[in-house]
Design a protein around this ligand. Structure first.
Ligand code: BGC
Length: 501
């Protein structure tokens, strides 16, 4: 596993305040947001979300993707911060100094980039490899902050990419910022399109050299584990023929082997391959109507030739959630969904039962493997044996853990069966959803970075001015929001910001 030191040496406590900008690239969507931390564990957030066009995920030039991102930032500023944006443009046009504008007129932006990055500084990190279906060779080995800044500059936006953070770190920060209990969070984890975790480690346990400056006073640092790549050699991970096929046909064979058994992007595909093999086997009658003793809809089950079952990635993990949630005797919701989503017409009860059994097995294995990762961090933290520690708090985010029925229950069931944890240990582990993790944390780190940059001494005044100018209607409550992972990154910056002061 990469075990990347993040240079983040503390977690927030909810009293941090301010207005920050953040963007989040991590999967199917790109989010741009401004976040106001209210200093009382709550926050308000304004955001735009746009789907990343598929062709930009696998393009030849990195600049094509990053130009698209910069354009979204421009749109966001025009829509939500038009006054600041326009006045900056006017000043730029009239001021004849070499730089053309003052540093304090610039928005400092936190960049949540949820792929493995070798972090070199708070605002600098080279992409190690792509995951989750992205494949742009041109970007590998390059500093992703610089790639984004170049495109922002081409549009002459008043924005400086000031901080870089992984979504798991943001989630850990967000959980710490919003959590009102005395116990701080130990782990931030994502179980969504991809999977990963970031946890607090004693610096004395970190064996690799940490280059550059960081606050040594806490004796701790957040580590981005990149556990998605745990056991790429497959020494211990369970492997089926369908796992093998999925991997061989993926854009990154041999990598992210743990993630490929856990995360939302892959579970549908594993299920599809298993179902397809059953359908094509001579010994099985799946979706063939022969064994449909209770097929009460019509007599013939047919699978249309354009069914997603026949296409790579054609089975969305969402239908597995439907299968898990349907406990009606006739499985009628699932059967309707099989028709609607997969063009399997008039499936029998037995067909639906078989589908549900396969989907449940794939999801249960994913949850149990997730528990391995969570359990390992709980054990490593030493808190299980610490009588002073009442809870081991874990912040999670992502579609699987949020929307897949019983996913957390299955994780707990597995945690209880780990010898070193057991029933008692599992009851100490508190897994709670941390919403909006990556945005807020990114924005906060951006603020710290700005503070560290001497030339931006008056940024705080600018930020305060912006804060005062936000119209009341942009106030969304943190419970009402559905933006994934946008809070914690700002929280990190706030911690540092507070310390700087
Ligand atoms: C990436 C991680 C990220 C995780 C969750 C993985 O594919 O490698 O950096 O944290 O997905 O988004």
């Amino acid at each position: 596993m990469s075990q990347i030191p993040t240079y983040v040496t503390g977690v927030p406590n909810g009293t941090e305040k301010g207005l920050y900008l953040a963007v989040d690239l991590g999967g199917t969507n790109f989010r741009v947001c401004s976040v106001t931390l209210n200093g009382d564990t709550t926050f308000n957030l304004t955001y735009n979300k746009v789907a990343i066009p598929k062709e930009l995920m696998v393009t030849d030039k990195a600049s094509k993707l990053f130009a698209f991102l910069a354009l979204q930032i421009e749109n966001f500023l025009k829509e939500h911060h038009s006054e600041h944006f326009e006045s900056h443009r006017r000043r730029r046009a009239t001021i004849s100094t070499p730089s053309g504008y003052r540093e304090d007129e610039v928005f400092h932006l936190g960049f949540t980039f949820s792929f493995p990055v070798q972090q070199l500084a708070i605002n600098k990190g080279n992409l190690m490899r792509w995951t989750k279906g992205f494949d742009i060779e041109d970007a590998v080995g390059k500093d992703v902050c610089a790639l984004l800044q170049t495109e922002i500059d081409k549009l002459k936006l008043p924005v400086k990419v000031a901080a870089l953070v992984n979504d798991t770190v943001g989630t850990l920060m967000a959980r710490s910022y919003t959590s009102t209990g005395a116990q701080r969070s130990t782990l931030g984890a994502i179980f969504g399109t991809g999977t990963n975790g970031a946890y607090i480690e004693k610096t004395s346990n970190i064996k690799k050299k940490i280059e550059g400056e960081y606050d040594e006073s806490t004796g701790e640092m957040v580590i981005n584990t990149e556990w998605g790549s745990f056991d790429n050699q497959l020494n211990v991970l369970p492997t089926t023929p369908w796992d093998k096929e999925l991997d061989t046909k993926s854009v990154n064979p041999g990598f992210q082997m743990f993630e490929k058994r856990i995360s939302g992007m892959f579970l549908g595909e594993i299920t599809r391959l298993a179902i397809l093999e059953m359908m094509q086997s001579k010994d099985s009658t799946l979706f063939r109507d022969d064994n449909s003793s209770h097929n009460d809809w019509t007599t013939t089950t047919t699978v249309a030739s354009q069914s997603g079952l026949y296409k790579q990635w054609g089975l969305d993990t969402a239908i597995m959630s439907v299968a898990a949630a349907d406990s009606t005797p006739e499985l009628s919701t699932l059967r309707q969904e099989l028709e609607k989503d997969l063009n399997i017409y008039t499936p029998s009860l037995e067909d639906a039962q078989a589908f549900k059994t396969v989907a449940d097995a794939v999801a249960r294995r994913a949850a149990r493997l997730s528990a391995v990762a969570i359990g390992a961090v709980a054990i490593q933290s030493g808190l299980l044996k610490d009588p002073e520690a009442e809870v081991i708090d874990i912040g999670v985010d992502g579609s699987l853990v949020e929307h897949y029925p019983f996913f957390r229950d299955m994780i707990y069931e597995a945690l209880r069966s780990i010898d070193e944890i057991g029933i008692q240990g599992a009851s100490k582990i508190r897994i709670g959803v941390a919403k909006d993790g990556s945005g807020v944390g990114a924005a906060l780190i951006a603020l710290v970075a700005a503070k560290m940059d001497k030339s931006s001494g008056s940024l705080a005044t600018e930020v305060k001015r912006e804060l005062d100018s936000i119209p009341a209607e942009t106030g969304l409550s943190n419970t009402a929001l559905t933006v994934g992972g946008l809070l914690g990154v700002a929280a990190i910056a706030a911690v540092w910001w507070t310390r700087q002061r």
